[in-house]
Design a protein around this ligand. Structure first.
Ligand code: ATP
Ligand code: MG
Length: 225
């Protein structure tokens, strides 16, 4: 279980560019559930998701993972934790230009003490499911936005992480692909994985276990299925 307690993020504190992007956010994410963050642009969804993913350090407040306050743990610990447990799908996709779709999936695995090629079949299976098998050998900068988003999904899911954090993962893909992605998220939940998604898509909201609505950095509404 992941819980946040009074999680707050202030960018550029004490300067004229100061932004309170998240203020006293308290959310609870149970294992084996789908949790949604929604809210208008600029309401703090990416900021909160990045803090939960231990990518962004909070200004104050705490993140508890299975009751353990991990906020003060070292960057090294956080990096290891992410590597072992988290698949993150970035809003801005963040693929490595100059490499193919398959290389983008396999390169992050090079730091593991395992044979990367063991993951190739799993990657191909995911590429197939997302219907871009014919693009695996193409350079990512030559792919369409929707294709790049699917590569990012494969990259995040290839190691079968127990926590999936997805920041607007379907904004660039078509209706049919979005349906497949949501179906995959549903299956991951059924396997006991924890899925947290920033999205406005009513189809995913319909199957979610808990929905948090954010406005101006605070949670204004919590709905349970
Ligand atoms: N690195 C940063 N430095 C300064 N301000 C930032 C930074 N990142 C985000 N912000 C500001 O924090 C607020 C929340 O941003 P965030 O990206 O979390 O919103 P969001 O809900 O994900 O929006 P969107 O739906 O457009 O993706 C915004 O007002 C944004 O301008
Ligand atoms: Mg965002």
């Amino acid at each position: 279980m992941i819980e946040t307690m009074n999680l707050t993020k202030i960018y550029n504190p004490g300067t004229p560019r100061e932004v309170v992007a998240a203020r006293d956010v308290n959310i609870r994410i149970d294992d084996g559930t789908i949790t949604i963050l929604r809210g208008p642009s600029g309401s703090g969804k990416t900021t909160v998701l990045s803090m939960i993913g231990l990518i962004l350090t909070p200004s104050s407040g705490r993140i508890l993972i299975d009751g353990e306050n991990v906020t003060r743990y070292s960057d090294y610990w956080k990096a290891l934790y992410r590597r072992m447990n988290v698949g993150f799908i970035f809003q801005h996709i963040n693929l490595l230009p100059g490499y193919t779709a398959m290389e983008n999936v396999l390169i992050p695995l090079l730091c593991l003490d395992e044979d990367v090629l063991n993951y190739k079949n799993k990657a191909l299976e995911l590429f197939k499911r997302l219907k871009i098998t014919e693009r695996v050998g193409n350079l990512v900068q030559q792919l369409s936005g929707g294709e790049q988003q699917r590569v990012a999904l494969v990259r995040a899911l290839v190691r079968d992480p127990k926590i999936i954090l997805a920041d607007e993962p379907t904004v660039f893909v078509d209706e049919e692909t979005a349906r497949i992605v949501f179906e995959m998220f549903g299956e991951l939940r059924d396997q006991g994985k924890t899925v947290v998604v920033s999205t406005h898509d009513p189809r995913l909201i319909k199957i979610a276990d808990r929905v948090y609505t954010m406005e101006k950095g605070t949670v204004v509404r919590e709905q349970e299925a």
